[in-house]
Design a protein around this ligand. Structure first.
Ligand SMILES: [Zn+2]
Length: 439
């Protein structure tokens, strides 16, 4: 797991959340703080997110947004304080406390770690999420709302705030809508639930795929969309679940097949053929020659011969999940989805579409998502998604170079946001959407 996170943090090299030159100073009082840079950043973030809500809440929800009552800074590595009825020692977290309408953050471990790993935008995102819970309370939180609904809404409200920021409306932070959002998606990946936990379990926050989905709903459709997220909708789209009792471990951790297993390869091709019956490219492990295209690695598509060639050794590397203290790739689904991504280039070509350029890169991610939707568990496909699979696709798409979201030459769609959004469009809708939307 650590390996993936390191790799993903590497995407977040863009200075993500530069404070505007004449950024107004937040004068919100912070209890228990040390007046250091992290507390200042957190207070500025809260002030900015609240400015967004004061501007947006009345027109969206027909009422006034009142700021939270109290901000608390604590050090999880220092002497214990009490917050919301719980001790803070050894609790690297950020919270919203509904009983006294307050927000607390750990300035000792969590926020500095997020800021160092992903950039300042990561800290802003975490506080925007907590204020999302305050918004819920102001809208009349119902006591029996499942945790996952509250968490998905809070991630969605975070997306809505960041849209305002990338639109240039924040007076405190400047953020670019493309690459600038990479650190935030990486943060959502980092704080995802463990693979194999159920989405409707007590305390569930969602898989990386669920969390990024909610964030993108808020970013693209605004806060009213967030308030409509309910358990029925989440049950329809979430693939976060427990491992089934018959899930085997072939030595790569539950839910991972050996990518070079002949039967697994055969089943993969069967699922692709059944998802896209009109296009039947040849798939080979032999090293291919291609007269009209540069071959990508570890999988390449050659348009003139309609052949997909696999470099199995490299695919196995990507398909092997990282293990404690050892080098590793991502997981089996990342490798299978890379093969699928080259397969859908053939689908696009038979539909008479170009397979080169940014639109083709996004369409490729979208069609790969559409294929993934045909193998959700219970669909009876030859190969089925396991818990954690979609997060492996997200990890692949948040890496600097992604083949899932690349055109025939291997040029990836420019931002993690655009890649995951296209994949999700295909997954939650269908292949026709991909062909119509990404042109
Ligand atoms: Zn939360």
């Amino acid at each position: 797991m650590l390996r993936i996170i390191t790799a993903i943090a590497a995407v977040a090299t863009v200075v993500a959340c530069a404070q505007a030159p004449a950024a107004p100073k937040a004068d919100l009082p912070v209890s228990g703080g040390d007046g250091g840079a992290i507390d200042k950043l957190a207070a500025d973030a809260v002030a900015d997110v609240q400015a967004y809500w004061q501007e947006t809440f009345p027109s969206t929800f027909n009422g006034e947004f009142t700021p939270v009552r109290r901000l608390v800074s604590y050090d999880s590595t220092g002497p214990s304080q009490e917050f919301c009825g719980a001790k803070t020692t050894g609790v690297p977290n950020a919270f919203y406390c509904p009983t006294d309408d307050s927000i607390a953050w750990d300035r000792g471990e969590l926020l500095p770690m997020l800021s160092e790993s992903f950039g300042e935008a990561s800290v802003v995102a975490v506080l925007a999420h907590e204020i999302g819970h305050a918004v819920q309370l102001r809208l009349g939180d119902r006591p029996n709302t499942p945790t996952i609904v509250k968490e998905q809404q809070a991630d969605c409200y975070t997306g809505a705030y960041f849209r305002w920021t990338t639109d240039g409306k924040s007076r405190t932070f400047k953020l670019d809508a493309g690459q600038g959002l990479n650190p935030i998606l990486s943060t959502l990946f980092f704080i995802r639930d463990a693979v194999g936990s159920d989405f409707d379990a007590q305390g569930a926050h969602g898989s990386a795929f669920d969390r990024v989905t909610a964030f993108q709903f808020g970013f693209s459709e605004g806060p009213a969309r967030c308030a409509r997220i309910d358990i029925a909708e989440i049950s329809q789209r979430s693939t976060q679940q427990k491992f089934s009792p018959d899930e085997k471990d072939v030595g790569l951790g539950k839910g991972n097949l050996r990518v070079d297993d002949a039967q697994a390869q055969e089943q993969l091709i069967r699922t692709l053929r059944s998802a896209f019956p009109r296009s039947q490219p040849t798939v080979t492990r032999a090293r291919a020659r291609c007269a009209d295209a540069l071959l990508t690695t570890p999988v390449a598509y050659c348009p003139s011969t309609n052949v997909i060639s696999l470099s199995m050794q490299d695919l196995v590397k990507i398909g092997t999940p990282p293990r404690r203290g050892r080098e590793g790739g991502i997981g089996d689904f990342a490798a299978f989805a890379e093969i699928a991504s080259r397969y859908v280039l053939s689908v696009q070509r038979s539909a008479g579409l170009t397979i080169e350029g940014p639109a083709a890169a996004q369409r490729t991610a979208c069609l790969t998502g559409a294929w993934a939707a045909t193998i959700v568990s219970g669909s009876g496909a030859a190969l089925e998604l396991s818990p954690g699979d979609l997060d492996e696709a997200v990890a692949e798409m948040l890496a600097p170079k992604s083949l899932i979201a690349a055109d025939v030459k291997g040029a990836s769609a420019s931002s993690g946001f655009a890649r995951v959004e296209a994949f999700r469009d295909g997954f939650l809708r269908n292949a026709d959407t991909c062909l119509a939307k990404y042109r």
